[in-house]
Design a protein around this ligand. Structure first.
Ligand code: AHG
Ligand code: MN
Ligand code: MN
Length: 339
């Protein structure tokens, strides 16, 4: 009986059952979860924490406010840099890799988005933290170089996210399925509540920011138009739409009841291949979605096989229920054949 096990207890149990989980990876996941509890506490205090509102403005004490993105970044970076478990880190909030003092270095690289959906924080809608774990090619011997971070998503050793919603839930994969742990605040522990999440193959629920329609490529415009035609259109079914503007909340919903989430390529800024970032948003979410039986694509191919060219590289994202993601890929491949 695994339901009810605490996070670390469950990972040790899996290791004993034969899952390839090094002890230091278990420790790293556990340390990340402790950090997320701290972020959950900060986020849940809302206005009381004195960090909401416009960053750079003064709070009631006359102090200049820091953005919550930066505060949560510092919580994660400060905690993990003295854990002895990471050789370096990459964060959405920091341009360059974050080095770790030589005595504190471990075997892994940690990529993270400390606060996803941060535009939602002032309006009290779910936000989250996303992370991805890679092996440091040189281990703990040297300070990792940028190139050491630029690995494909298929190289990930673990990935997860925490959604700070009505309940705080830690979603994790180490390549053996996806498991969910709900924070029991009475004991301060993440407790296993769902083992082996499975995304329904079919869906009638899509999530996309419709306001960007005019910037999309033709196949995406066509697919969404066909969704909107419902049972009278070529897709032959009536769709519903959701848009939370927090990827963590959208992916969580898809893990629970299926769906498709898209942040496609758009031509607002041709130098950017989409809005979402490969290393700490698309790759970890792609790993989780695939491990739960779904698909994660750029529209043209698997996200986790995209070559990584930079810490903050952007990528188009289409993920969720496998049959629906396959349909979107078909819209793209048909358009390529015509061209
Ligand atoms: P972040 O807050 O880390 O910058 O990420 C926000 C992302 C993602 O969570 C969400 O799906 C998307 O941006 C929302 O974009 P719109 O502002 O276009 O709705
Ligand atoms: Mn984000
Ligand atoms: Mn963020």
């Amino acid at each position: 009986m695994t339901t009810g096990m605490k996070l670390k207890q469950f990972l040790l149990h899996e290791k004993r059952a034969g899952v390839d989980l090094p002890y230091d990876l278990i420790e790293l996941i556990h340390e990340v979860s402790i950090t997320c509890k701290e972020i959950a506490a900060t986020v849940s205090r809302g206005e009381l924490s004195g960090v909401l509102g416009v960053a750079g403005s003064e709070n009631v004490q006359g102090e200049t406010q820091k953005e919550l993105d930066i505060i949560t970044n510092d919580i994660m970076a400060d905690h993990l840099s003295v854990s002895g478990l990471v050789a370096g880190m990459g964060s959405e909030e920091i341009d360059d890799p974050i080095d770790v003092p030589s005595k504190e270095r471990g075997e892994y690289l940690l990529m993270f988005d400390p606060l996803d959906g941060s535009s939602n924080i002032d309006v009290n809608i779910s936000v989250g933290t996303i992370f991805s774990v890679l092996k440091a090619p040189l281990g703990c011997k040297e300070t990792p170089k940028l190139d050491d971070y630029l690995q494909k998503g298929i190289e990930q050793k673990a990935a997860g996210f925490v959604v700070y919603g009505p309940s705080t839930v830690f979603v994790l994969t180490t390549g053996q399925g996806v498991h969910m742990f709900t924070l029991d605040s009475t004991i301060g522990e993440f407790v296993l509540t769902t083992e082996g999440v499975s995304i329904p193959e079919e869906t009638t629920e899509y999530a996309i920011n419709m306001a960007n329609r005019r910037f999309w490529e033709e196949p995406m415009k066509q697919y969404i138009e066909d969704c909107q035609l419902g049972e009278d259109g070529p897709l032959g079914k009536r769709y519903n739409m959701r848009w939370v503007a927090s990827m963590v909340a959208e992916v969580y919903r898809i893990l629970i009841r299926g769906g498709i989430f898209m942040y496609p390529y758009d031509n607002r800024d041709p130098s950017k291949a989409g809005k979402l970032r490969l290393m700490y948003e698309a790759n970890p979410m792609g790993f989780i979605i695939e491990q739960a039986g779904g698909m994660a694509s750029t529209g043209h191919g698997r996200i986790m096989e995209v070559d990584s060219t930079g810490l903050h590289q952007r990528v188009p994202v289409v993920l969720g229920s496998a049959a629906e993601v396959r349909k979107v890929e078909e819209y793209h491949s048909k358009a390529e054949k015509v061209a």
